[in-house]
Ligand binder design. Structure first.
Ligand SMILES: Nc1ncnc2c1ncn2[C@@H]1O[C@H](COP(=O)(O)OP(=O)(O)OP(=O)(O)O)[C@@H](O)[C@H]1O
Ligand SMILES: [Mg+2]
Length: 333
């Protein structure tokens, strides 16, 4: 054992909302300077854990601490050292980006001068200088997320909680934000991030915990989790219907698993262990079997695939039917 205690410690934490068990005996540790990824579908308990660690709600049982401070008994100290970028934006739509940052700085008791300087620094850091003096309601989704992240960093927190930082962003904005998060960790910040995307956890996190229905169901590096999900998928679409069976035969040779066929679009998919090394061989064999390929793609496993492998059922990712988040967003005026 290291003499230094973990920066984030969660020991046997449970949280009940009436009959709903949002968290069931969750335990985890995050060392200083690490990015810890918590991966799970809608309703898994991710936000509940983030709220407990930010001392916004109390666990029903168990113990949790951040930088050695008890999240139940030392809430004020916890709040001085953490930053939180929550799922629903905490910024004021009618103020400009600069005004929002300034306001947050003032809330942290910085002087006017300090607040002004800090707001300017953050606009710079998050590439918002040009839009800094426009009302936030004119911002794109990506700009809002960057501002949100900036606002959570005003007081230079040691520990940062990011609750689904890139959900709803286009690929480019996601990439930009990932870059910013990596930069932060280089500066020593400890990050716990929740996400529904395996590729996001893969991009950012040193270690990943998979949570489902309030319980941790797997732990490991992204590579380890992907391994369990069958590594990669190769999918081939052929031009003619009579070429589908030949495609199946070819792909069978490259995998220990049976290919699956989607008849309506003549697409055959198979999981393989090292896709990129097999591609050339597959193309060659398809050619030899006179299959006219209209599309050939390789994709990494998603949360969905990991879930299927771990639980035998699909993760309910994407838009939730109840639209809870959307409903909550209504009353912000
Ligand atoms: N205030 C509350 N009252 C009652 N139930 C709640 C409350 N907050 C959360 N829950 C329930 O607890 C469970 C976990 O919710 P939580 O918000 O932590 O999930 P999540 O993993 O963050 O999901 P999402 O990906 O949709 O944000 C869900 O079943 C949710 O409906
Ligand atoms: Mg959530």
């Amino acid at each position: 054992m290291n003499s230094q205690s973990p920066t984030i410690l969660v020991d046997n934490v449970s949280k009940n909302y009436g009959k709903i068990e949002a968290l069931k005996n969750v335990s985890l540790e995050v060392e200083q300077g690490a990015i810890f990824g918590m991966l799970g579908p809608n309703g898994a308990g991710k936000t509940t854990l983030v709220k407990i660690l930010s001392s916004l709600i109390k666990p029903t049982s168990g113990f949790a601490s951040v930088a050695g401070f008890d999240v139940v008994k030392q809430t004020r100290l916890v709040r001085t050292i953490i930053g939180l970028a929550g799922q629903s934006a905490a910024v004021d739509e009618n103020l400009t980006g600069r005004e929002n940052l300034h306001l947050v700085a003032r809330l942290y008791h910085m002087s006017r001068k300090e607040s002004r300087t800090r707001a300017g620094e953050l606009l710079e850091q998050f590439d918002l200088v040009e839009s800094g003096d426009r009302a936030v309601k004119t911002y794109s989704g990506g700009m809002r997320r960057r501002l949100d992240l900036g606002a959570s960093l005003v007081a230079r927190p040691q520990v940062l909680f990011l609750d689904e930082p890139t959900t709803g962003l286009d690929p480019r904005s996601r990439n930009d934000l990932w870059g910013v998060i990596r930069e932060l960790v280089r500066g020593g910040t400890t990050v716990l991030l929740t996400t529904q995307y395996l590729d996001e956890a893969d991009q950012l996190a040193d270690r990943i915990t998979v949570i489902d229905q309030g319980a941790i169901i797997a732990e490991g590096t992204a590579a380890e989790l992907k391994q369990r999900a069958g590594s990669e998928f190769i999918s081939v679409q052929s031009e003619q219907e009579d070429q589908v069976s030949r495609t199946v035969e070819v792909l069978r040779k490259f995998s220990t698993e049976e290919p699956t066929v989607s008849t309506h679009d003549r697409r055959v998919t198979v999981s393989v262990s090292d896709g990129s090394s097999l591609l050339t061989g597959i193309v060659r064999e398809l050619d030899a079997a006179a299959v006219a390929v209209t599309d050939l793609s390789m994709r990494q496993p998603t949360l969905d695939d990991v879930f299927l492998a771990l639980t035998g059922r699909r993760a309910e990712v994407a838009e939730d039917e109840e639209g809870e988040e959307a409903a909550r967003g209504d009353g912000d005026d």
